[in-house]
Design a protein around this ligand. Structure first.
Ligand code: NDP
Ligand code: MG
Length: 381
């Protein structure tokens, strides 16, 4: 029985993780859960799974939860999530919160020697070197939930990493893949949230449309698999059937295929190195799909992908700025304060304004993150 600490329980990944736990009560127990402010979504999960600890974003949410009749243990904020991530009764930490707010919990879980199932890619983009150093030092494996990285992880299973020539990440293209740049001038939040293949949280759906999601994933792959940026390629693949590939020195290419259902990589991260039945997802039917398409990525059409490669190559705090500027810009867009195309303009400005600091410690990263958000907000005032 694995006891799970689930951070981000009310989100898209969180709810699907709860579903995996529900289907395998003899394998998993939801020991603790954290969420932000969505009490309505949280209550049914709390009532069904009866976790021993619940973490909420702030005191106001705590009061609201109590008013609704919950009288168990409630912790607050990032400190509360850290408590869960390091709790002696937690075996696996699933980090599925949105944004760099998940960083300290990831680091805590690693230092406490937990199995870490990571959906929170911002953790690796903002501070990949700290996370991977800690993982190495504590001999902890970080199991990716992100479907592309789960694919690469599986393609590398039993192989020597040195034999891998190249990682090939596939990109669905997001909500606007068939639109030209000129057609993006007036797209709305609603248009953007309409993703063709995957149903996900709002921020990552916007990231998919700007292609920043793939940019973040390039950096995520760089850290997780210790691969130089020159050996990470992105290709567009609209069907999202091949989730990613590894090309080896002998020209063998390994690919992982599946239906677009996040419960598959979530469950694999929970059961690794073993597998469990997963009956609720559709079996991949290649005959029904018939044809798979692949296209070259256009860096002019998707400047965010270019910015991510550039920031990744500079390294240090440059990717912290990339991530924080993106989080802030996307929040402004979702709040209808800026247009879709302004997202990339603000990120590029923040990157240009920044002088990268090499090998930053946690404090420096948190300071740069905060300053970047402030700077990006000041651009639109
Ligand atoms: P959602 O927006 O659906 O969920 C985010 C979760 O984080 C919610 O539970 C939210 O709580 C919680 N949260 C947000 N801010 C805070 C905070 N300050 N303190 C505590 N909790 C907070 O996001 P997704 O599930 O889509 O994505 C989560 C992570 O997984 C992201 O890093 C994303 O990139 C990654 N990912 C997601 C995929 C997907 O299919 N959705 C695929 C691959 C990766 P509340 O809503 O209650 O406020
Ligand atoms: Mg992904």
């Amino acid at each position: 029985m694995k006891r799970i600490g689930l951070l981000g329980a009310t989100g898209s990944i969180g709810v699907q993780t709860a579903d995996i736990i529900r289907k395998h009560p003899e394998q998993f127990k939801l020991f603790a859960m954290a969420f932000g402010r969505n009490v309505e979504e949280a209550l049914p999960i709390i009532n069904e799974f009866r976790p021993e600890i619940v973490v909420v974003q702030d005191a106001e949410v705590k009061e609201s939860l109590k008013r609704q009749g919950y009288n168990g243990i409630i912790y607050i904020g990032t400190e509360g999530m850290y408590e869960v991530a390091t709790h002696p009764n937690v075996d696996v930490v699933v980090n599925a919160v949105m944004g760099s707010v998940g960083l300290s919990s990831t680091l805590g879980a690693i230092e406490a020697n937990k199995q870490v199932a990571l959906a929170n890619k911002e953790t690796l983009v903002t501070a990949g070197h700290l996370v991977m150093d800690a993982a190495k030092r504590n001999n902890v494996s970080i199991l990716p939930i992100d479907s592309e990285h789960s694919a690469i992880h599986q393609c590398l299973n039993g192989e020597s990493k040195n034999d891998a020539n190249k990682i090939i990440l596939t990109a669905s293209g997001g909500s606007f893949r068939d639109k030209k740049r000129e057609e993006l001038e007036n797209v709305t939040v609603e248009d953007t949230l309409n993703h063709p293949n995957w149903s996900m949280g709002a921020k990552i759906t916007v990231d998919s449309a700007t292609m920043m999601n793939k940019g973040l994933e390039v950096i995520e792959a760089h850290w997780l698999f210790d691969m130089p940026y020159e050996q990470i390629e992105v290709i567009q693949h609209r069907e999202s059937v091949i989730h990613s590939m590894v090309e080896y020195v002998d020209k063998n290419v390994m690919a992982q295929l599946g239906t677009p259902d996040m419960r598959v990589p979530i469950q694999y991260a929970l059961t690794y190195p073993n597998r469990l039945e997963l009956n609720q997802t559709k079996t991949l039917n290649l005959v029904e799909i018939g044809t798979l398409h692949f296209e070259k990525m256009d860096f002019d059409r998707f400047p965010c992908l270019r910015l991510a490669y550039e920031a990744g190559r500079v390294g240090g705090t440059m990717t912290t700025v990339l991530n924080a500027a993106n989080e802030q810009a996307v929040a402004l867009f979702l709040n209808s304060e800026i247009s879709f195309l302004t997202i990339e303009t603000l990120i590029e400005r923040a990157l240009e304004a920044h002088e990268a600091i090499e090998h930053p410690d946690l404090e420096t990263i948190q300071r740069v993150d905060k300053e970047t958000r402030k700077l990006v907000k000041s651009y639109v005032k």
